[in-house]
Design a protein around this ligand. Sequence first.
Ligand code: ARG
Length: 302
Amino acid sequence: MSTQNTAPATSTSSATEGATETAVAEGRIQQVRRYLMCRPEHFTVSYRINPWMEPANPTDTALAVRQWQALYDTYVALGHEVHLIDPIQGLPDMVYTANGGFVIDNVAYGAKFRFQERVPEGPAFMDWFRANGFEVAEPVEVNEGEGDFLLVGETILAGTGFRSTGDSHRELADVFGKEVVSLNLVDPRFYHLDTAISVLDPVEGPGGVEKANIAYLEHAFDERSQAILAERYPDAIRVADADGAVFGLNSASDGLNVIISPRAKGFEAQLRERGYNPVLVDLSELLLGGGGIKCCTLELRR
Ligand code: ARG
């Protein structure tokens, strides 16, 4: 592989600096993002709609807030713009804003939740989008937003099997006029697409070169979907089951920095090898609700 070495010839004084230089050599470019988050003030596990949730186990809301704050602070320190939606009492899963919709070019396709417990979140997020200048496309079909829809270059990868329906994939294609590729999830632990795929380079590289790449957990998908992913993303990082099982893929990348769980050791090493800069943020308390870094992050694409 030919690497264009544009890194300045300085001596490396820290691990982070070293990683950044490699990243530059590999052509990794950070893009500033706009995110929507929700402080988990009312976080708890009072019902069970995924295998991670166990209402009998205690949760520590103050710890959840502290861990969430560390993620918020990390985004801000990296230069990203973070917007907040007010948490609503009685909606403990609202912290997982990725499920609140799917936004491209200031158009928000609203969410329509599968389970009754989360249904009121749909209109709450749509109200926020309207109040903040987004055009809202109201959903007819059941879909859980960016939890199941991921923009990779000009293509939307769309998950189904547990939450969003196949019909929502068609609706999504109508709303955005983009290619939608349906993928079937088969392992109940990985019930949203963003628990099994991480988009590392969501957009095209300089000069419109398609350089979008992903990381994924093969065993979360049926055979047909595995074949599609292998064909479309021959350079993808395939993560080990052990890293997938700690929600390693539920991560957020800005093209250079990839915010991941500190438990995903193998994935962390794979990212470094490819010239990304892994940034470790522990959301162990929010994992009790079956969510991680990406779940707490909705991208607001202009
Ligand atoms: N308790 C939430 C649920 O089961 C967790 C959502 C996680 N979000 C995500 N984008 N994967 O709906």
